[in-house]
Design a binder for this molecule. Structure first.
Ligand code: IMP
Length: 418
């Protein structure tokens, strides 16, 4: 399951729905920059690193090699859930190859953002970019390093020394090795029982015919390669990331579900051709569209089919889940961006160049709104005809079949499209 837009598509809810039929739920990229909201009965959970499957008994959750793990944060998440009665024992596997996020990564993230001024990315300041940077630079520390405390401390000391030089150069303050190592060792002791070779675990699961569900974080246009670079996150959020981030090969992936909102949102900076101030104001006034990780108000706009068409292409989307349909219940006239105008040219998909994308004008079609409450509807046939027409149109423009429609955050507010 991948996000077909800029993240925040409502993946937490859809993954929770899909998890019912999966044996193993796997995270393959990103870190605690993600925030997946799941509502179970009257309880609300916001998960950042743990796969959403953790909320269902009998499911195993895997944090794959492609994820970057802030160990202190992960321990906090585990302890919070345990306090709320969620059992976390042998239902969690943490890859020994996942890279670790340390406080110096977070501080560097923040300082680099400040230095960018108006051109800041608008990161979540969770240290994601600097941690992946270390991974690519081949100097990162991994969860597997926790298994030998003496070696781990030696490596961490070297990293702290180097990063303190960098922090000073960026105008920050040095981190204390004593403090960073104390916190890390405490986290390591809690995490150690979960750390193992997750690749082997997943292949054993495949051999015993278990079904695997890959939980994508962020969205297609935040992908390091396919997104609106440099206004992206530092991992591959598209379906290919599920393979490199777990060690499960492409020919074992049967289906790709793309999740998209019935409109578009984006947090952080960067171009957003179908952004619409009036729609933003309306959704915020309804109390919708505030980020799960940072609480920031999301920027909102009309459904962008040029974007989702590209997402369908690069992810190989075989089924679509459309969320937040109910967010549009009161709109009189709906707009859909079907293409972009760039000078005299019409583009069916977003251009690669940021400068070009910034100059793109959306080409809109208009559809009449249904102006009825959809949040109580439970069947596709029960939706207003105009809502069905809208859904069919956005699926056709995207180029993938409609499978699920979500009309609210609760588990039962999910419509299966026949
Ligand atoms: P980073 O991942 O913290 O480095 O942030 C890079 C960009 O990705 C920023 O625009 C963030 O707002 C965005 N981003 C990261 N994670 C998420 C997410 O889970 N949902 C939506 N946007 C995200």
């Amino acid at each position: 399951m991948v996000g077909a837009q800029w993240g925040d598509e409502g993946k937490g809810k859809i993954i929770d729905y899909l998890t019912e039929r999966a044996d193993v739920v796997v995270r393959s990229q990103g870190g605690n920059n993600a925030g997946h909201t799941v509502i179970v009965g009257s309880e609300k959970y916001v998960l950042h690193l743990l796969p959403s499957g953790i909320l269902r008994p009998g499911k195993t959750c895997v944090i794959g090699n492609g994820v970057v793990v802030d160990p202190v944060h992960l321990v906090r998440e585990i302890e919070d859930l345990r306090r709320r009665g969620v059992a976390i024992k042998d239902n969690l596997v943490l890859s020994d190859r996942a890279h670790l996020v340390f406080p110096y990564h977070r501080q560097i993230d923040e300082l680099r953002e400040e230095a960018k001024g108006r051109r800041k990315i608008g990161t979540t300041k969770r240290g994601i970019g600097p941690c992946y940077g270390d991974k690519v630079e081949r100097v990162g520390l991994r969860t597997g390093d926790f298994l030998d405390e003496a070696e781990f401390l030696k490596a961490l000391r070297a990293r702290v020394t180097e990063n303190n030089r960098l922090l000073k150069a960026l105008g920050g303050r040095a981190v204390s090795f004593a403090e960073v190592s104390r916190e890390a060792l405490r986290a390591a002791r809690v995490l150690r029982p979960f750390i193992r070779n997750a690749v082997v675990y997943l292949h054993e699961a495949l051999k015993s015919k278990k079904s695997l569900l890959f939980e994508g974080a962020q969205g297609t246009f935040l992908d390091l390669d396919h997104g609106t670079y440099p206004y992206v996150t530092s991992s591959n959020t598209t379906s290919g990331g599920a393979c490199t981030g777990t060690g499960v090969p492409p020919n074992r992936i049967g289906q790709v579900m793309g999740v998209m909102k019935a409109y578009t949102t984006r947090v952080g900076e960067g171009p957003f051709p179908s952004e619409a101030r009036d729609l933003s104001d309306m959704l915020h006034a309804m109390g919708r569209e505030f980020g799960a990780t940072t609480g920031r108000a999301r920027r909102c706009g009309w459904f962008d089919a040029a974007a989702t068409r590209y997402a369908a292409m690069v992810n190989g989307i075989t089924a679509l889940a459309v969320t937040n349909l109910d967010g549009l219940d009161t709109v009189e006239t709906l707009r859909i961006c079907v293409a972009y105008k760039l000078g005299r040219r019409t583009l069916d998909v977003p251009p690669s160049s940021l400068r070009d994308l910034e100059r793109c004008e959306p080409v809109y079609i208009e559809l009449p709104g249904w102006q009825k409450d959809t949040s109580q509807v439970r069947t596709f046939a029960g939706l207003p005809a105009k809502a069905r027409a809208y859904l069919r149109r956005i699926a056709a423009l995207t180029g993938a079949p409609l499978a699920l429609v979500s009309v609210g955050p609760a588990r039962d507010q999910t419509i299966v499209v026949p």
